[in-house]
Design a protein around this ligand. Structure first.
Ligand code: DMJ
Length: 672
């Protein structure tokens, strides 16, 4: 083989070497399909081309190479997403059978309507589905004007309209000190103590993400009416009950329950959500300077957990202000003695100053709803502080109740003994007082924990089957589906207003991938709850109704006994209306809520400030004011009203937050 300048003397010297095979070297020509021959032949052809032709070809090659690289990259992405999707599908499919196996008789397979993300909770956590009625985009374009809106205003504008204040110094102040978009102005130099290093290192208020830190959201006229109602209620509280538990608006005084500023704490996150900066700031100062838990006072474990601990935790998450977490940790620790019982089922009452706990004087029983509706708060406190003792205590209660006998198709009795740990007063089943939030917290703990705790889901699904089997009936004449009660095998057509939490909870479950018939049931039940208002003379629901099972001339579906005709400004129907509107976008739910707000204004508003419970929802000319504004009117009722009238799904996004039973939003833990 020879390699070198084979054509010395040739005018074209732009090649360097040629390799000759033995035949060619020997002058043997003809067709030869060997690789070497083909290479040589191409090379000759290439040499015969003009410089221009070669440049064009080289350019084409270069162009094709660039195209190749681009399409390879995008193919890679496509391939990656296909692979991920199939992995996700596999994971989902693995989890479905696990649920089925856990309780084949009760748990229906999660609906797989179109295999979209909505059907699979794990996926929807990452990228929540958007209700069709919500438009995204710049904040002032996101919200469709409700029918009666004449114009939309920003939250900031709204405050202006309500307050009629000069903005100049407010703006300046805001620019100097605001740390977050929704409501509160927190001066940096005002921050109470330096954040407890342990707490702050362990856990940050997780859901305050950049996505949430957006422009003030425009609010509409109905929301503005809620803001006005809140400010009126707050005026009464501030003028006559500041720092006390509840306002007595008629006597212009207050009542104490625990002596811990219950209304103020319950209302903190509502002020934040409504954008009431000044009110929030003032209340924060009271928390920083005057809220003291080292007090010789008996508090109810459940009530102080859902209102105080829950309120402080959610305010911490919304504001990012460590003051609230410090206070939450303090009250959490002071409530722990309640769990020192023979059965670990907590006592109902704790002295938060002395560190002692006890059951009510007349019994050693606790209420089932109370011991099973403190979990969201204590679990979150453990997550934030890194101290497992809070979570262990409440998880133990749930495990124990899960394993107990005495349930009826998932329905639980109303009492549990703190010595034996057994249910007592067997045979009575209700979704109302003393059992209600047990069911609510089964679902909500499951959601909070990233939908991994199957026992909670099993108990929830079984209970809803129990409701369907034993407690559902239809009334006459309107055939309203309602949830009655069962006492030793006898059905009672009695329904507490408290039961109206259920449509919202069912809708939340369906949104998280549970059975689609739960949503159907939610739709029929919320209609019933609305009728509990609409069929009454004041348009306000009584505490308890009895439904007519038989058609009688001149009788409505709803009957009210004299002892039950009071209204305590409760939130449950408005709460469910909020969930129903969020998940369906059906404006009728907003309209129903609007009617209710107007009737609260008509019959319960006290001109000098505040709202009052009333004794008689059947007497519009004299509803008999009771002279008490419950803390949940500000903590829950008005908050849910405001959210119901909003079209912004990011205003407490239900794929990021779960509300405790006192309407305090807590973060859904991001799945590991
Ligand atoms: C609130 O304290 C809570 O919603 C609780 O779960 C039930 N009772 C009141 C409101 O009605």
């Amino acid at each position: 083989m020879y390699s070198g300048a084979a054509a010395a003397g040739s005018p074209r010297r732009d090649f360097i070497s040629v390799t000759l095979g033995p035949e060619e070297a020997a002058g043997v020509g003809g067709y030869n399909n060997s690789k070497a021959w083909r290479r040589r032949s191409c090379w000759r052809k290439w040499k015969q081309l003009s410089r221009l032709q070669r440049s064009v070809i080289l350019f084409l090659f270069a162009f094709l190479a660039v195209c190749g690289v681009i399409s390879y990259t995008s193919m890679g992405e496509t391939w990656k997403s296909i692979t991920n999707k199939s992995l996700d599908d596999q994971r989902t499919e693995q989890e479905i059978p696990r649920l089925k196996l856990a309780n084949p008789a009760v748990l229906p397979a999660p609906q797989k309507a179109d295999a979209n993300r909505r059907d699979y909770p794990e996926l929807s956590l990452q990228k929540p589905p958007k209700p069709p009625h919500v438009r995204r985009g710049p904040s002032n374009l996101q919200i469709k004007a409700p029918r009666r809106d004449t114009r939309l205003k920003t939250q900031h504008d709204t405050m202006r309209a309500v307050e009629e204040l000069t903005e100049a110094d407010k703006v300046e102040k805001t620019e100097k000190s605001i740390i977050s978009w929704r409501g509160a102005v927190i001066e940096t130099d005002q921050s109470t103590e330096p954040p407890s290093s342990k707490i702050m290192e362990l856990e940050k208020p997780s859901p305050v993400e950049p996505e949430d830190q957006k422009e003030p959201v425009p609010i509409n006229e109905r929301q503005l009416a809620v803001v006005e109602a809140f400010r009126h209620a707050w005026k009464g509280y501030k003028d006559f009950a500041w720092g006390h538990d509840e306002l007595k608006p008629l006597s212009k005084s207050y009542s104490e329950w625990f002596g811990l500023g219950l209304t103020l704490i319950d209302a903190l996150d509502t002020m934040w959500i409504l954008g009431l900066k000044e009110e929030f700031e003032e209340a924060r100062k009271w928390v920083a300077n005057d809220l003291v838990f080292d007090k010789n006072v008996d508090v109810n474990l459940f009530e102080s957990t859902i209102r105080i601990l829950g309120g402080l935790l959610s305010t911490y998450h919304l504001s990012g202000d460590s003051l609230f977490l410090e206070k939450a940790k303090d009250i959490g620790n002071r409530l722990m003695p309640a769990f020192k019982t023979p059965s670990k089922i907590p006592y109902s009452d704790v002295n938060i100053g002395r560190g002692t706990a006890h059951p009510p004087r007349w019994t050693s029983d606790s209420t089932v709803a109370e011991v099973t509706s403190i979990q969201l708060e204590f679990r979150e406190l453990s997550r934030l502080t890194g101290d497992e003792k809070f979570r262990k205590a409440v998880d133990e209660v749930m495990k124990h109740v899960h394993s107990l006998s005495g349930k009826n198709d998932g329905l639980v009795p109303m009492f549990i003994n703190t010595n034996s740990g057994q249910f007592t007063h067997l045979g009575v089943y209700t979704l109302g007082a003393r059992a209600d939030s047990y069911y609510e917290y089964l679902l909500k703990q499951w959601i909070q924990g990233g939908k991994k705790e199957n026992e909670l889901l099993e108990d929830y699904m079984r209970a809803i089957e129990g409701v369907k089997k034993h407690l559902l009936q239809r009334s006459e004449p309107k055939k309203l589906t309602f949830v009655g009660e069962l006492a030793h095998g006898h059905f009672s057509a009695k329904m507490d207003h408290l039961v109206c939490f259920l449509p919202g909870t069912l809708a939340l479950g369906a949104h998280n991938g549970l059975a689609a018939d739960h949503m159907k049931l939610a739709e029929t039940l919320i209609e019933t709850c609305y009728q509990m208002y609409a069929q009454v003379e004041t348009g306000l629901s009584p505490e308890i109704v009895h439904f007519n099972l038989h058609a009688q001339k001149g009788h409505k579906d709803v009957e009210i006994k004299p002892a039950d005709r009071h209204n305590l400004l409760r939130p449950e129907t408005v709460e469910s209306l909020f969930y129903m509107y969020r998940f369906t976008g059906d404006k009728k739910y907003q309209d129903w809520g609007w009617e209710i707000l107007q009737n609260f204004n008509r019959y319960t508003r006290v001109p000098t400030g505040g709202y009052t419970s009333i004794n008689n929802v059947q007497n519009p000319s004299n509803p008999e004011p009771r002279d008490k504004m419950e803390s949940f009117f500000l903590g829950e009722t008005l908050k849910y009203m405001f959210l119901l009238f909003s079209d912004d799904i990011d205003l407490i996004n239900l794929d990021k937050y779960v509300f405790n039973t006192e309407a305090h939003p807590l973060p859904i833990w991001v799945p590991a």
